[in-house]
Design a protein around this ligand. Structure first.
Ligand SMILES: Cc1cc2nc3c(=O)[nH]c(=O)nc-3n(C[C@H](O)[C@H](O)[C@H](O)COP(=O)(O)OP(=O)(O)OC[C@H]3O[C@@H](n4cnc5c(N)ncnc54)[C@H](O)[C@@H]3O)c2cc1C
Length: 510
C-alpha cells in the first residue's frame, strides 16, 4: 500500500491546535485532508512531558473562549460541535495581583471583579464596571464582525463602541475613565497575554482579552493541554483525516503563483489543491517556497515589516509539599514592582532581571494534577525575542540558569520559603526550547505583535491583499487572531474557511 494518496484536497503542515482545527473543519465538510507533523505526537506547544513519573504541563496557564457547558464561547463551542469531548475545569480566579501596595485576588464576573477592585480602591466600582462593560460590548462586536464582515457605515450603526474605540490605544481609553492609578494597576495584569505596552496596544485587543477572561473566566483541561491536541487528533482521524507524524515539511511547491503540494524532508512529493501552514510566514517565505523565485517581493516586505511578539521562559517545579504548606495560595499570581506596562515591555527586551512574573500552581485548578503531598508551581516570563536571539551557544547554559535562579529567588522571597529546598523535579524552558520544539520563528509564541501601527482592524482589511500565493493559507499564532491557544483554534478555523470560500468561488465561476 502506498503511504500517501496521489492527491489531497488540502495538506496541513503542523498537527498542533491550529492545524488540527483546520483539519477538523475541512473533514467536517467532507474534504480529503492530510496533516503532516514533524514530531511523533500532536500538539506543538499544547503538550506535556513526564519527569519522575509525573506528567507535567509544558505551557498552558489558562484557555480563553471556552465558557461553561451551558454557555460555550466560540472555541468551546467549536470543539463541542466537532465532537472533541474535553473534560474542562474552571480556573477558580482571574489572578492574584501582587503589585506595589496591592495584594488581592480577583475573580471572574464583571460585577464581582469590580467589587473586589472597589474593596482595594474605594469609590471605583461604577467606573470599573463601566469600563468592563465597554470591553464586553467591543468583544461582542469583534466576535460578530469576524464572522459577518460589514460596511463601515453599517458598522457605525450596529457596532458604535467598537468603531469609536478602534483608533485608540488602551492607555487612551483607560485614561478617559479617570480612575486612580491603583485601580488601573489592578486592571492591567493580563496585558502580558498580548504583550504590548498600553501606549501601543490597540484598545480592541485589551477589550477582547478583559471581556473574555474577566467576564467569562478561563478553563483548563483535566488531562492538561495535551488532552486537547490528542483528542482533536483522534477525532480528526475518526473523521477520515490522514495524520502522519515524524514528517517534516521541507518545501511548499508552487507554480505560476499557486501552491500545488509539499515535499517532506524524506523526499516525498505530495500533491494537493491547498496547503495550510502552521509554520510562520517568516519561515515559509524565506526557506520553504520552492522555487524561491515564486516568493513575491511584497511577501518578503510583509514579514520584514511585521514585529514579532513575545517568546516564553518558564521554570516548572514539582515541589515536595502541598501548595498551602509553601505559602502558595493561588492558582495564578502576577507579580511586579511596577504596573507601567511600557516600562515592563522595555524590560522584556533583555535577559533579566525580569520585573514581571507570571506564576501558576495547577493544583488549585486541577487538584489531582500531581501526587498527593506534592504540588506543581511554575514561574513564566514572556520576554521579547530581541535579547534571547543574541545569546551565543557558549553562554546559553549560564544565561538559562541565571534567569531561572532569579525568578525562583524572587518568588521564594515572596513566599518566605526557599522553593529550591523543596524541588522534586525542575524543568527550564527557554525561547530556544520553543524554537527547537515547534520551529516557531525565534521561539515566538504569540505571532505578530498587536500595535497601533499594525492594528488588527487594519489586518482584517488587508488580509486579502496578503494572500501572496494562491492556495496557501496560514494557521497559527502568527495568523490574524494572534496570541495563544484559543486564538490558534480560531486561526485554524479561519484558514479552513478561506479554503472553503475559495473552493466555492471557483465552483461558482465554472
Ligand atoms: C510557557 C508557555 C506558556 C503558555 N501559556 C499559554 C496560556 O496559558 N494560554 C494560551 O492560550 N496560550 C499559551 N501559550 C501560547 C500557546 O501555547 C501558543 O500560542 C499556541 O499553542 C500556538 O499554537 P499553534 O498551533 O499556532 O502552534 P504550535 O503549538 O507552535 O505548533 C506548530 C506545530 O507545527 C509543527 N510544524 C512546524 N513546522 C513544521 C514543518 N515544517 N513540518 C511539519 N510540522 C511542522 C510543529 O512541530 C508544531 O507541532 C503558552 C506558550 C508557552 C511556551
Amino acid at each position: 500500500m502506498k503511504f500517501y494518496k496521489d492527491h489531497y484536497d488540502v495538506i496541513v503542515i503542523g498537527g498542533a491546535l491550529a492545524g488540527l482545527s483546520s483539519a477538523l473543519m475541512l473533514a467536517d465538510k467532507g474534504l480529503d485532508v492530510l496533516v503532516l507533523e514533524r514530531h511523533n505526537l500532536p500538539g506543538g506547544i499544547a503538550t506535556s512531558f513526564v519527569r519522575g513519573g509525573i506528567e507535567i504541563e509544558a505551557a498552558l496557564h489558562e484557555m480563553m473562549s471556552i465558557g461553561p457547558k451551558e454557555n460555550r464561547l466560540k472555541v468551546g463551542k467549536f470543539l463541542d460541535d466537532m465532537g472533541v469531548d474535553i473534560d474542562w475545569l474552571p480556573v477558580p480566579e482571574c489572578y492574584h495581583a501582587s503589585l506595589p501596595g496591592l495584594e488581592v485576588t480577583l475573580h471572574p464576573g464583571f460585577e464581582r471583579f469590580a467589587e473586589e477592585v472597589d474593596t482595594m480602591v474605594p469609590g471605583t466600582y461604577d467606573q470599573v464596571l463601566k469600563l468592563l462593560k465597554l470591553c464586553d460590548t467591543v468583544f461582542n462586536s469583534v466576535n460578530e464582525l469576524s464572522i459577518h464582515p460589514m460596511s463601515k457605515a453599517k458598522m457605525l450603526l450596529k457596532h458604535e463602541a467598537f468603531v469609536k474605540t478602534a483608533g485608540y490605544t488602551t492607555k487612551e481609553v483607560i485614561d478617559s475613565f479617570h480612575l486612580p492609578q491603583k485601580a488601573v494597576d489592578l486592571l492591567s495584569p493580563y496585558w502580558i497575554y498580548v504583550g504590548s505596552g498600553f501606549s501601543d496596544l490597540p484598545f480592541t485587543i485589551y477589550a477582547v482579552l478583559m471581556a473574555d477572561y474577566v467576564g467569562y473566566g478561563s478553563m483548563i483541561p483535566r488531562k492538561l493541554s495535551h488532552e486537547m491536541s490528542l483528542k482533536m487528533a483522534e477525532r480528526a482521524e475518526e473523521m477520515g483525516v490522514q495524520i502522519e507524524y515524524r514528517q517534516h515539511v521541507d518545501k511548499i511547491l508552487v507554480k505560476d503563483g499557486k501552491a500545488y503540494g509539499v515535499r517532506t524532508a524524506r523526499g516525498d512529493e505530495i500533491y494537493s489543491d491547498y496547503v495550510i501552514s502552521s509554520a510562520y510566514p517568516n519561515t515559509v517565505y524565506t526557506r520553504m517556497i520552492e522555487p524561491i523565485s515564486e516568493v513575491p517581493e511584497k511577501a518578503t516586505k510583509m514579514v520584514n515589516g511585521r514585529r514579532i511578539s513575545l517568546t516564553a521562559f518558564s521554570v516548572i517545579l514539582i515541589l515536595d509539599r502541598p501548595a498551602q504548606e509553601l505559602n502558595i495560595k493561588d492558582y495564578s499570581i502576577f507579580r511586579s514592582d511596577t504596573m507601567d506596562t511600557d516600562l515592563l515591555y522595555e524590560n522584556l527586551a533583555g535577559l533579566g532581571p525580569y520585573r514581571y512574573l507570571t506564576c501558576i500552581c495547577h493544583n488549585y485548578g486541577n487538584p489531582g494534577v500531581t501526587p498527593e503531598g506534592t504540588c506543581s508551581f511554575s514561574v513564566t516570563v514572556l520576554p521579547r525575542v530581541d535579547g534571547w536571539k543574541e545569546v551565543k551557544a557558549e553562554d546559553y547554559d549560564r544565561v538559562k540558569h541565571q534567569v531561572a535562579r532569579q525568578v525562583i529567588d524572587d518568588m521564594s522571597a515572596y513566599f518566605g520559603v526557599n522553593l529550591l529546598d523543596h524541588v522534586l523535579e525542575a524543568v527550564i524552558e527557554t525561547p530556544m526550547t520553543v524554537a527547537r520544539y515547534t520551529g516557531a520563528w525565534n521561539g515566538c509564541i504569540y505571532g505578530y505583535a498587536h500595535t497601533m501601527e499594525d492594528h488588527i482592524v487594519a489586518r482584517l482589511q488587508t488580509a486579502e491583499e496578503e494572500k501572496f500565493i494562491e492556495g496557501l493559507e496560514f494557521a497559527g499564532a502568527h495568523a490574524i487572531s494572534g496570541d495563544g491557544m484559543g486564538p490558534a483554534v480560531t486561526n485554524g478555523r479561519k484558514a479552513a474557511k478561506n479554503v472553503l470560500d475559495h473552493m466555492a468561488e471557483k465552483e461558482a465561476a465554472k
